[in-house]
Design a protein around this ligand. Structure first.
Ligand code: PLP
Length: 442
């Protein structure tokens, strides 16, 4: 059969030269399964890119998608509003913890992160502390590909080429993964809360009066599900509060049920000042992201002395609050609620935990970690070729019925919430086979 491939389409985060000789095309999807162009079924082990927990081709989402263009296909949100945007803002803030009462809509996780960075700078400036300009990120953090996001992010491959473009004054906490202390942890590792004290060290170095915010993913997703040690996020919160530093949780992956609660903030019992989200808000069907903002932060920015006819925060995107995206977002939130899917994610979490920890002892696997409905395994790298082992697992999975996502030599798993226990068992069996094949390949 003909593969619909051409090299006019430059694929993101893809080795395009290799792809040209090994094209892989997904043609359709339903439920937890993709179908390739040559008609093979692939289990979706990462819910798309962490974004499709409801599974694919959900009828309520398809219906919302079909209905909305007939009502309002586009409306600018500059100086204007629209019913789906207002309704979705109300729904998202109702799910959010504490006083995260306001939402600023964007189109992606990267835009949400850059927007959050601008908001914290604007906040400190509005309260007369414009000298607070530093943002503290974390090693191995992923916050998208905007210039703000790669600056606070901690993935060297995404940063090194663009070093001259990095935001001024950014610094990083250490990441909290130490295989010597926490390998094979189920859920939160007991060791490592003290790693949050890195912030105290950076305060000692830079002085709190120059630091605007700390941004972390509650669970670091894109570098292979790094779970926060018990007490770590609480300690980070305490230090931020003590030093007048805002805490941003990047919940682009963990938002909307991945840990069995609407947001990871609720699962860990830690309240951020701002929270970024995207992905699962529309089940990945249409781009949409946002920043949830604490009432006090929003009030401070809105109260700057300025003429009443001028916007207080000069920022926004043509597609902020897009009626199509927001209508689909409402349908997705309805489906999560009516099908009890956050609860189902919580129920499936121990099934995934037991299945993935059954890989312990498998040659070539050096760690297994998990929390909620997300997990990762760490593979021994091929000497001198980091990432090759993970890549081989992906290739084997693609040829044998499972779509895996490698993060270097870690393989991350985040199946759709609608998966069955049998599908999760099968996914892990197929991971075992792929790891064996990758080991045999040398
Ligand atoms: C934590 C986190 N932040 C931001 C992003 C960027 O999102 P997007 O690719 O929608 O720009 C991602 C994407 O995976 C993410 O995992």
């Amino acid at each position: 059969m003909t593969t619909h491939f051409n090299d006019a389409c430059w694929l993101p985060f893809t080795p395009n030269r290799y792809f040209a000789s090994h094209p892989k095309v997904l043609a359709s999807a339903r439920g937890a399964w993709y179908t390739t162009e040559d008609g093979r079924q692939l289990f979706d082990s990462l819910s798309g890119l962490w974004c499709s927990p409801l599974g694919h081709a959900h009828p309520a989402i398809a219906a919302a998608f079909a209905r909305q263009p007939e009502i309002l296909d586009f409306a600018p949100c500059f100086q204007l509003g629209n019913p789906p945007a207002f309704a979705l803002a109300e729904r998202v803030t109702a799910l959010a913890p504490g006083s995260l009462d306001h939402v600023f809509f964007v189109n992606s996780g990267s835009e949400a992160v850059d927007t959050a960075i601008k908001l914290v700078i604007a906040y400190h400036r509005a309260r007369g502390q414009g000298q607070r300009f530093r943002i503290i990120g974390r090693e191995r953090g992923y916050h998208g590909v905007g210039l703000g996001g790669i600056s606070v992010g901690g993935m060297v491959g995404n940063r090194k080429t663009f070093a001259p473009l990095m935001l001024n004054g950014v610094d990083h906490l250490r990441h909290p993964w130490d295989p010597n202390e926490m390998a094979w942890s189920r859920g939160q590792p007991a060791w490592g809360a003290h790693l949050a004290d890195d912030l105290e060290r950076l305060v000692g170095l830079h002085d709190a009066s120059t630091i605007a915010a700390v941004i972390v993913e509650p669970v670091q997703g894109s570098t292979g599900v790094i779970v926060p040690p018990a007490g770590y996020l609480q300690r980070l919160r305490e230090l931020c509060t003590r030093h007048g530093i805002l805490l941003i949780f990047d919940e682009v992956i963990t938002g909307f049920g991945r840990l069995g609660t609407p947001f990871a903030a609720q699962a860990f019992g830690v309240q951020p000042d701002l929270l970024t989200f995207a992905k699962a808000i529309t089940n990945g069907t249409i781009p949409l992201g946002g920043v949830l903002i604490d009432r006090a932060v929003r009030d401070t920015i809105l109260q700057v002395d300025g003429p009443a006819h001028m916007p207080e925060f000069l920022h926004g995107y043509t597609y902020s609050g897009h009626p199509m995206s927001c209508a689909v977002g409402l349908a997705a939130l309805d489906a999560y609620a009516s099908e009890g899917l956050f609860q189902r994610a919580a129920e499936l979490a121990p099934v995934l935990e037991d299945a993935v920890h059954s890989l312990r002892g498998e040659p070539g696997i050096t760690d297994v970690r998990n929390i909620g409905l997300m997990a990762a395994i760490e593979l021994t790298p091929v000497p001198g070729k980091p990432g090759l082992r993970g890549f081989t697992v992906f290739e084997h999975g693609f040829a044998n019925g499972t779509l895996f996502r490698a993060a270097g030599d870690a393989i991350s798993l985040a199946p759709p919430f609608i998966s069955t226990p049998a599908e999760i068992g099968r996914m892990v069996d197929s991971l075992r086979a792929a790891v064996r094949a990758a080991q045999a390949a040398g």
